[in-house]
Ligand binder design. Structure first.
Ligand SMILES: Cc1ncc(COP(=O)(O)O)c(C=O)c1O
Length: 445
């Protein structure tokens, strides 16, 4: 938290809770991204939420543009979702059997998303990716996976490379990709079969695929790079990646943990007209509850049958989560995508307002966005196209100061430039206008 706070903005109760929390909870909570790494001296402790608003333990109110890291496509405590959760909880949380609600949610997914022939539920995006990597190896009999610089696919060992920003200094960067472990404690050989290639760079991908012909089980990509602010794919890039993967007999895996039920009902698949072999979902699927899924080609998914390619999980397809997912999907599917038209329009309004604020305040910043996902990047560049440019040219410290100052004005945007903010159906023009006034005030200061 910033120390130089406005007079009416107090965070004393958060500070006290943080002191208490750190006696027992590392980083004061359950993930480093919710602790001082992203929030400074101590994080704000939130207490309750409704619609687009969050309230902290000191009684401060915030317009929330983080929306649970993207897990809340309908905003906080949506009445339909809340009702569905209560009814499911009141009739039993877990039966240790198959349930009809799993079929219903799978059928909704098939209706909403192109190319879904079979579905398997999991709990988190990380789990879905872990399972898909095993599935791709099991199905193809090949050992290697290929991911891209700057993409994050969860905290599983095999994909924990080059998803943090480059270390300071002048690291040696091979044009075909740089593989930097993101954590201590990785299994010694976990990255041996992981290939990392620059994104938005087709010649590099072509070279690497040639070099490893017959060895790669899956090419895994996000539809929009959402771990370095927001970096959209170059026009035609994802289609070309898909075609190259096919040409080499490699499964094309689209990680829609972030983009699913967000940029379109059918995610990037629909928006960029892709037909991945397997697609993964998390975050928005459960509308606030831990629900994830992977889905795609029947012949590939069938390799899971009977545990041939093993994927277990006590809480897979959790009954309460499935009810939340059904309620949320029904709302998102209502009225032929009205929800998506609404969030795209509101995000357009927000982005043009931000451009106007930058102009008025003489701020050197750009907005990168795909529909409702956006990030403000303080940079001299007109556009950031890849991980290397992001790490080199984006002033992350300045963004952090900016977002922390916004807290004082009751605005909760992403606290780190590497994350992003989100427009949901719970937001209104009034939320946008209030946020623009706050941004103007902070940038003037
Ligand atoms: C693209 C992508 N894939 C996978 C994950 C991991 O999801 P989870 O945090 O639910 O494990 C994330 C999380 O941010 C993500 O952004």
């Amino acid at each position: 938290m910033p120390t130089n706070v406005a007079t009416s903005f107090r965070t004393e109760q958060s500070r006290l809770l943080y002191e208490r929390a750190t006696k027992l909870l590392i980083d004061g909570g359950s993930s480093p991204s919710r602790g001082p790494v992203n929030y400074g001296e101590y994080p704000i402790f939130m207490q309750r939420a409704q619609g687009s608003r969050l309230y902290d333990v000191d009684g401060n109110e915030y317009i929330d543009w983080m929306m649970g890291f993207g897990a809340l496509p309908l905003g906080h405590a949506d009445p339909d979702v809340t009702r569905a959760i209560s009814e499911a909880a009141a009739t039993g949380a877990h039966f240790a059997t198959a349930t009809e609600i799993e079929i219903e949610v799978a059928e909704l997914l098939q209706k909403a998303i192109p190319n879904v022939e079979a579905v398997r539920f999991a709990n988190t995006g990380t789990e879905a990716i872990m399972a898909v990597i095993r599935l791709a190896r099991g199905f193809t009999g090949r050992p290697k996976i290929l991911k891209f610089e700057g993409h994050y696919h969860g905290w599983y060992d095999d994909v924990l490379a080059t998803s943090n920003c480059l270390p300071p200094g002048d690291p040696e960067l091979s044009p075909d990709g740089v593989k930097i472990p993101d954590t201590l404690g990785l299994n010694r050989s976990s990255l041996d079969d992981t290939i990392v290639v620059p994104w938005n760079d087709l010649p590099a991908l072509e070279r690497v695929l040639q070099q490893h012909a017959g060895e790669i089980a899956a090419v895994i990509t996000e539809g929009v790079m959402a771990n370095m602010g927001v970096i959209p794919p170059a026009p035609g890039y994802l289609e070309a990646v898909q075609a190259l993967a096919r040409q080499h007999g490699i499964l094309f895996v689209l990680d829609e943990t972030v983009t699913g039920f967000r940029i379109a009902l059918g995610g990037c698949q629909e928006y960029y007209k892709l037909s991945p072999d397997i697609v993964t979902f998390g975050k928005a699927l459960g509308c606030g509850l831990p629900v994830a899924a992977f889905a795609g080609r029947m012949d590939v998914m069938r390799a899971l049958a009977g545990g041939n390619v093993l994927h277990y999980g006590t809480h897979n397809g959790s009954r309460i989560g499935m009810h939340a997912a059904r309620a949320s999907l029904r709302r998102l599917m209502h009225d032929q995508g009205a929800a998506f038209r609404y969030i795209w329009d509101l995000a357009d309004q927000f982005a043009s307002g931000m451009h106007e604020v930058f102009r008025r305040t003489g701020t050197r910043a750009i907005i990168q966005r795909v529909g409702p996902m956006f990030q403000i990047l303080f940079t001299e560049k007109p556009q950031i196209r890849d991980y290397r440019e992001y790490c080199q040219y984006v002033d992350r410290k300045k963004y952090r100061e900016f977002s922390w100052k916004l807290f004082e004005h009751g605005i909760y945007t992403s606290p780190a430039a590497t994350l992003h903010s989100i427009v949901t159906v719970a937001h209104t023009s009034d939320d946008v206008n209030k946020t623009l006034v706050a941004m103007d005030a902070v940038l003037r200061r």
